[in-house]
Write a protein that binds this ligand. Structure first.
Ligand code: XIL
Length: 356
């Protein structure tokens, strides 16, 4: 098998990176597991969500930088985290993330300039006129993009703008203050700040929520008809081991490809316990998760090369997943287990990369 091999020495919390032929002596082969780093064999960036408090955490940090070559801040580049209660910038943590990525030659995807769930109170309660509000938002977008111009190649300009079920535009503060065409202007502000940054619309449910999907595609068509810049779509891949059908995932990807945009399988996690029937992960469910990961990566690899932006996992190892708090069930949705061992899902990813 080609690529960089990682040697996992069970029980020692040690990670070594080895070339295929290098031998490690003095270790009991029974306790060793060897696996190939995704970044060393993938033809597209393979990403993971990152938090600054884990940058120096062993072996978290080593695995992150050895296995992946792209990162997204799990929360530290959202508006509520980049500003203090008075609206002043706090760059420290985002700076740490970009510095880490640079040191280990990882690409950074910016997440997210505007999100209704991360609007700080200073902006929600802004006292000025609507025109002044829009000026503040434009300044924010410009400042953030400028600061990371050399470090961040792509941005989610807007996250989750459409309602579940109806596909209507959420009545966020941005819509209320800037009007129903606000998204177009946000994309234009982002493009003016850095003509080279790739600009994404990112959302969940655009695979199984037909109205939401149609609203998103209509927005893209409208943008393209009017010359509003947009380069790609982030499909938040928060799915389960058996839903939605692969054919629905492929249909949405095809619709995006037809529009000439790039696809980011963003925020990937594959729930194995959506009904809450498991108190521990079974081999059978783990194998189904592996199959699911494998088929999605294979479908992504079937896309034209220019349409494949990246696949990003929403966390490294199971106990760190946001889904555990979100759903309140035991869950094992990621590629690594609590002991930092790669799961069958990891093999599923790798096999798709190698055989497709
Ligand atoms: C979540 C993070 O995982 C959490 O750590 C944070 O507290 C809240 O946000 N859709 C998104 C992500 O676009 O930004 C969310 O991330 C998960 C849902």
């Amino acid at each position: 098998m080609p690529g960089v091999r990682i040697l996992w020495l069970a029980g020692f919390m040690v990670l070594a990176v080895a070339c295929k032929d290098s031998s490690v002596t003095g270790q009991d082969p029974e306790t060793m597991e060897e696996y190939t780093a995704l970044r060393s064999v993938a033809s597209f960036p393979v990403g993971v969500a990152l938090q600054s408090n884990r940058l120096n955490l062993a072996p978290h940090s080593e695995i992150t930088r050895t296995v992946f070559n792209s990162v997204t801040a799990e929360y530290e580049m959202k508006m509520r985290h980049l500003t203090d209660p008075s609206g002043n910038y706090i760059w420290t943590r985002a700076d740490q993330l970009t510095a880490f990525a640079k040191e280990y030659e990882m690409q950074v995807h910016g997440h997210t300039l505007v999100w209704h769930q991360s609007t700080p109170l200073w902006l929600e309660n802004f006292n000025g006129t609507d025109v002044e509000f829009e000026g503040v938002v434009q300044t924010y977008i410009t400042d953030v993009i400028h600061r990371y111009k050399d470090d961040i190649i792509s941005w989610d300009v807007i996250n989750e703008a459409f309602e579940d079920g109806s596909g209507a535009l959420r009545n966020s503060i941005f819509r209320r203050r800037m009007g129903s065409d606000y998204m177009a202007r946000l994309f234009q502000y982002a493009r003016s700040a850095d003509p080279n940054a790739l600009l994404f619309y990112n959302d969940y449910g655009t695979i199984w929520d037909v109205k939401k999907r149609d609203s998103m595609l209509a927005m893209i068509d409208d943008f393209q008809a009017r010359g509003i810049p947009i380069d790609g779509v982030g499909l938040q891949m928060h799915i389960t081991y058996n839903t939605p059908p692969l054919s629905d995932i492929i249909a949405v990807m095809d619709a995006i490809v037809q529009r000439g945009l790039k696809i980011h399988i963003s925020e990937m996690d594959v729930r194995v316990n959506p009904q809450g029937d498991l108190s521990q992960l079974t081999n059978a469910r783990s194998e189904l998760q592996k199959k699911r990961v494998n088929e999605i990566v294979a479908a992504f690899m079937d896309l034209p090369e220019g349409s494949r932006f990246a696949i990003t996992w929403w966390g490294l190892r199971d106990p760190e997943s946001w889904l555990i708090d979100f759903w309140g069930n035991p869950e094992w949705p990621l590629l690594f287990d609590s002991g930092y061992r790669p799961k069958p899902a990891y093999e599923g990813f790798l096999e798709a990369l190698i055989t497709n």
